[in-house]
Design a protein around this ligand. Sequence first.
Ligand code: OXD
Length: 308
Amino acid sequence: MSIALEINSKRSGDWRDELLKLLPGTKIEIYPDIENPNEVEFILCWKPAPAYYKRFPNLKVVQSAGAGIDHLFPESLPEHISVSKIVDPVLKEDMFEHVLTCLMNGMKNFASYAQNKSNKQWNPLAYMTIDQTKVAILGLGEIGGYVAEKLAGMGFDVKGWSNSKKNIPGVESFVGLDELGSAIDAVDFVVNILPLTTQTENILNRDVFKLFKSGSILINVGRGGHVVEDALLEAIENKVIKAAYLDVFHHEPLPEDHLFWDCAPIFITPHVASRTNIASSVKQVVDNYKRMLHHQSLLNEVSLKKGY
Ligand code: OXD
């Protein structure tokens, strides 16, 4: 019995070291150096290659190394394989801080002042305050719900949109495609924290951008696949969207020749809004491995049908 790590980043070694501290003596191998694929029952993944699971005939559990599972090809996984995601207070707090940074930057015009400085221009602009600022959060799962509640607690006027009704203090809840327009109506910032599923892919499209308040700001910390890129560039060109803070993209790293690099109102961060903290997440991975060994249900298991 062994654990395989297929983590498309430089962090595989760190994951293995942390796992070994809690599971001494366990065989933990980093793909492609797998001695016997038949022994692998548990795999920890971040952006594995398509059909990765076919390499391991006795695989029982796929554990995402992040909060999302869209990168695990959930639609093609056989039903007998269980899938779990990371749910970690550190991830939620980091996401809240990133979103707050984008909000405050937009509200206080820091990008304009950076540009004015390079032109030696002294040009005071009108700023927004928290109590005047309306925010819509798309996606009220573990992370989105946390961000919405914290922003509401700070005094932002917060609306939330999700698949099912939510009862979050201070957050007005809107449900389903019929209510998407009401959720984003008249808000200053739209923050996307949705999971990427067949239902939510391309949800930020031309028709939806037409419902944005003129001069509003988009913050995308969900997935690149939520956004129809041409439609976003058009909405920016038409000044419907004043600025966009994008942390996630269709292709990562964002290709050098991508139009977003040269579009001044688009701010690019390299998928860093909230990165899995190995030290605070490793215990739940170990718990899931032990649960699998004892035929118990997993922590933070996701529904493959729903995709989250
Ligand atoms: C995640 C991410 O899913 O970093 O955790 O996007």
